[in-house]
Design a binder for this molecule. Structure first.
Ligand SMILES: Nc1ncnc2c1ncn2[C@@H]1O[C@H](COP(=O)(O)OP(=O)(O)O)[C@@H](O)[C@H]1O
Ligand SMILES: [Mg+2]
Length: 234
């Protein structure tokens, strides 16, 4: 689903150049749930933004569902983003003056889906995250966990091939974080490909595959086989 090879990215600030991604290689198969772990400044968001077509690498290749992502004009990039990708952010990024169901319906608006179908679909995904009863509430009437659920429903509404989450539990307490991770695991169990960026080892430990990023290189990429983990606990 995702294939990247020898990806490099530097930022120029004034006369300085900061080499942030130093040759990243990795593939993600359809249906995987992967966490990208690393301390602050290791390049996680930079990598996720490139995968999300919000930014472009300096060199290297990126194929998304077999399509080369390179030199796309903004219009095509926006179309691909809308079609392929759903985003979840630490700060939820909900529209403050729109209620929960209208927030979830937003990506469908941009896809040109008619209002009635938009609201039906939005309600479907809001129910899926357990918030059907909160449809007409504004974001400031919701808890942090509920806001993130709305954001997850919004990310699902456009039925993307891949969900990209940048520190989705970063603004939540431990209990709520685990509930949101349970929800994400449930969505993955239904077959959705999901990448989660986190600097919290306990959050990364909840995914089957952990990619460890340090100073712009992958230092470790491990798939935990549940059965073996379970046996070790006997
Ligand atoms: N737009 C930018 N311009 C200049 N430097 C940046 C920019 N974005 C990120 N950086 C720098 O790149 C490095 C990696 O940042 P980032 O990818 O956000 O790391 P992480 O998400 O792992 O904390 C950091 O040193 C950060 O300060
Ligand atoms: Mg980051």
């Amino acid at each position: 689903m995702i294939e990247i090879k020898d990806l490099h990215k530097s930022y120029q600030t004034g006369s300085n150049s900061l080499h942030v991604l130093k040759g990243i290689d990795f593939n993600v198969q359809e249906g995987e749930l992967v966490s990208i772990m690393g301390s602050s400044g290791s390049g996680k968001s930079t990598l996720l933004n490139i995968l999300g077509m919000l930014d472009e690498a300096d060199s290297g290749s990126y194929f998304l569902d077999g399509i080369p992502i390179k030199n796309l004009n903004e219009k095509i990039a926006a179309q691909y983003r809308n079609k392929f990708l759903g985003f979840i952010f630490q700060s939820f990024n909900l529209i403050t003056y729109k209620n929960a169901v209208d927030n979830v319906a937003m990506p469908l608006y941009y896809q040109g889906v008619k209002r009635k179908e938009r609201l039906e679909k939005a309600m479907h995904y809001l129910s899926k995250v357990g918030l059907a009863d909160w449809a007409t509430h504004l974001p400031n009437e919701l808890s942090g966990g509920q806001k993130q659920r709305v954001a997850i429903a919004r990310a699902l509404a456009s039925e993307p091939k891949v969900l990209l989450a940048d520190e989705p539990t970063g603004a939540l307490d431990t209990k709520t974080s685990y509930e949101v991770m349970d929800l994400i695991q449930g969505i993955n169990d239904e077959g959705k490909t999901i990448l989660i960026v986190t600097h919290e080892p306990d959050i990364a430990d909840m995914t089957k595959r952990i990619v460890n990023l340090k100073d712009g290189v992958i230092i470790d990429d491990t798939i935990v086989v549940n059965q073996i983990k379970a046996l070790a606990n006997v």
